[in-house]
Design a protein around this ligand. Structure first.
Ligand SMILES: NC(=O)c1ccc[n+]([C@@H]2O[C@H](COP(=O)([O-])OP(=O)(O)OC[C@H]3O[C@@H](n4cnc5c(N)ncnc54)[C@H](OP(=O)(O)O)[C@@H]3O)[C@@H](O)[C@H]2O)c1
Length: 327
């Protein structure tokens, strides 16, 4: 495994992070098994993957609880990233979605952040969080000033409750605003072969500011692993249901695109899942890839992606094929 610095925090994170959204289960991620999830987190550490990304909203506390059980007794060996800002206590904030009986708002007030962190610490069974992210920026109608949000995160850093501050799903202007108000250490956003928007403005801006980028959904929820066939039906309410790539028409082209990568996989003696991660790593040493894993075989498989070093011409060839399939 390789490791990278997270901002000025002193954290050395594995370049592959274990994404624990699926570990939360619920209707987003059916068929999760807590004991298997715990074994996956243990095996990750054995393989050098010391970093785990979770959030309160993943299974409405369940992902953090399972992560907490898994790291018990070995807490200091793991780098735990969790988040604040998606709130379901009451109607405070701006309503965003309803899931598994919870009405979720975006809420980044000082009160919400301070309430959420105490709950996350309890569920995770720890007294500090390594990387604490704002999950999403605020949106109308309740626009908490960024000064209040970033100010609260800076206080938590001074108090030793968090080691690094991260921001997720931000626009370039929001990143500029947050970084002008406090010491942000890392930015998180969607980035995969089939969603390259982050490469346009966000990653260049991160580089200008010396911040690493935490890339989520690198496997497009399994689509880029090659295991998904055209007859796959997305269960209603599943996390995949939210993605345009899994909608009729686009989905069929996406499966054909993945099938078309077989010759490149053969040349590197790797799987499609490895290629999907290696593609992002080829975009820069400052890209940390959050690969979702909830089964031991998944983490055992995905770590091999760090050994796949794509040439510039093969990266260009993959991008030609993305265009060819109109994706
Ligand atoms: N900040 C945000 O707003 C945000 C949003 C989304 C995600 N995230 C973070 O990013 C992480 C990654 O995203 P994601 O989990 O949604 O999607 P992903 O990493 O693109 O895909 C993960 C899924 O792919 C399948 N998979 C993984 N490794 C595999 C392998 N080696 N072979 C075959 N299948 C494999 C598994 O699905 P099955 O188990 O169903 O087979 C797994 O749950 C999340 O867990 C979360 O930590 C953050």
């Amino acid at each position: 495994m390789q490791y990278m610095k997270i901002g000025k925090s002193g954290i050395q994170a594995s370049v592959i992070t274990l994404g624990a959204m699926g570990i939360g289960g619920g209707t987003w991620w059916r068929n999760s098994d807590d004991q298997e999830s715990i074994r996956t987190i243990h095996q990750a550490l054995e393989l050098g993957v010391n970093t785990i990304d979770t959030a309160p909203v993943y299974g409405f506390g369940h992902s953090e609880e399972v992560v907490g059980k898994a790291v018990k007794g070995n807490r200091s060996k793991y780098i735990i990233s969790t988040k604040c800002g998606l709130w379901w206590d009451d109607e405070e904030g701006s309503f965003r979605f309803e899931k598994d009986g919870h009405k979720v708002t975006r809420n980044l007030t000082a009160h919400a952040i301070r309430t959420e962190i105490e709950r996350s610490l309890k569920r995770l069974g720890t007294d500090y969080i390594d990387i604490y992210y704002t999950h999403n920026p605020v949106c109308p109608p309740v626009m908490t000033p960024a000064q209040e949000t970033v100010g609260t995160l800076m206080e938590l850093k001074k108090e030793g409750k968090i080691r690094a501050i991260g921001s997720s799903n931000m626009t370039p202007d929001e990143i500029r605003q947050y970084t002008s108000l406090g010491e942000i250490d890392i930015i998180q956003g969607h980035y995969s072969m089939l969603d390259r928007n982050a490469a346009k403005e966000i990653i260049p801006l991160c580089r200008e500011k010396g911040l690493p980028f935490h890339a989520y959904m690198p496997l497009e929820r399994g689509l880029l692993t090659g295991k998904i066939t055209k007859d796959y039906v997305v269960p209603a309410g599943d996390a995949r249901d939210d993605s345009p790539l899994w909608k009729p028409g686009v989905f069929s082209r996406a499966v054909d695109f993945v099938d078309s990568l077989q010759d490149i996989c053969q040349a590197y003696n790797c799987s499609c899942a490895h290629l999907a991660v290696a593609y992002l790593r080829a975009k820069g040493e400052d890209i940390n890839v959050i690969a979702g894993a909830r089964r031991v075989y998944q983490i055992e498989d995905i770590v091999h992606a760090v050994d796949v070093k794509l040439t510039e011409s093969d990266v260009a060839e993959i991008e030609n094929r993305i265009q060819k399939y109109n994706l």
